[in-house]
Design a protein around this ligand. Structure first.
Ligand code: NAG
Ligand code: NAG
Ligand code: NAG
Length: 295
């Protein structure tokens, strides 16, 4: 936890200017840390990050497609993201201001540790995806992560709330000094991403797990219409670096203002990982999706 204290101190001393990146992702984007209880709000093509007391602490510029630099860089984003391999199942609904996604919930059991640790990182997550005119630009998720990381060490499983932003894949991670993110093998986790009406013209979402206080609230100009569950991995080179058993997202629910929508989970076949997803129970209520590792 010493490193975490150091990071929080560094963070505090930088506030008022802009957040300083604490690391780089293999995909090229930078990693930033925000205090627990922060808010991320879309303002035109930017995402502005506010500390819990309302102070603006950082602006991610031009994350939205449509701005000149975002369009220019979209190609390089697609190329860069390939080093982070993904296997996902997703579903898209028709959302409008009168009928928004109200809740995206799922639950799972923390799996056994992979037999070997070779500094691989495995992310299993439930995500809402923001897009503009069909181009995705933000991914807000609850993540179960295996591996070691700069904040908490490892290798073990941790839970966190993250916001990934285009076009360069910057990542905003939220940490709390009093919060131990480590989770134990066999624990049951329920994640929820819930719409929150704040009486303004922003569509706010808060992601939580096991009813913890919300780490980060995120608000966009348009309602989100896509959700996904899945696996992302960095540096897996052999089957024993995956969890030894399949991983199931259970009791997966998607509700909208007018109730449960028609949902068919879509599993793309062009996976670049050694894993695949099956839809065991389809639909918007109690759906079940399993990640099978090729081991
Ligand atoms: C607001 O919070 C930030 C970050 O925690 C802190 O640096 C700043 O001093 C606070 N401002 C006020 C007015 O309390
Ligand atoms: C999904 O909905 C069902 C039926 O209402 C409920 O029993 C279950 O707990 C919900 N799942 C989650 C993860 O909230
Ligand atoms: C989603 O989870 C939240 C928080 O646990 C709960 O209040 C809500 O009823 C759940 N909704 C569904 C549809 O599962």
């Amino acid at each position: 936890m010493l490193l975490l204290r150091f990071l929080l101190a560094a963070l505090a001393s930088n506030i008022g200017l802009a957040l300083t990146p604490v690391g780089n992702r293999p995909s090229g984007g930078q990693i930033f840390v925000a205090p627990h209880g922060s808010r991320a709000k879309q303002v035109d093509h930017n995402m502005e990050i506010f500390a819990p007391n309302g102070t603006l602490i950082h602006t991610f510029v031009d994350v939205m497609p449509g701005s000149a630099s975002a369009t220019k860089e979209r190609r390089s984003l697609l190329a860069a993201r390939q080093s982070l391999s993904a296997t996902q199942a997703s579903t898209t609904v028709i959302a409008d201001p009168a009928n928004v996604i109200e809740a995206f919930n799922t639950s799972f059991t923390v799996p056994a540790l992979p037999k070997t640790f070779e500094s691989q990182i495995i992310y299993l997550s439930a995500t809402v995806v923001a897009s503009n005119q069909g181009v995705e630009f933000a991914w807000y998720r609850c993540v179960l992560q295996y591996g070691a990381n700069a904040f908490w060490g490892g290798p073990f499983w941790t839970m966190s709330t993250e916001l990934e932003l285009g076009p360069d894949g910057s990542l905003l991670v939220v940490v709390g000094e009093d919060f131990n993110p480590r989770v134990e093998v066999g624990a049951t986790i329920q994640t929820s991403i819930l719409h929150k009406d704040e009486g303004d013209d922003i569509f706010w979402y808060e992601a939580t797990f096991n009813d913890q206080p919300t780490a980060l609230e995120v608000g966009w100009h348009t309602p989100v219409s896509k959700v996904l569950i899945g696996l992302e991995e960095e540096g897996v080179t052999q089957p024993s670096e995956y969890p030894p058993e399949p991983f199931t997202f259970k009791d997966t629910n998607l509700t909208m203002t007018r109730g449960a929508p028609e949902v068919a989970w879509d599993v793309p076949s062009d996976s670049t990982t050694g894993a695949y997803v099956t839809v065991d129970v389809d639909g918007a209520v109690n759906a079940e999706l399993t990640v099978h590792f090729l081991n």
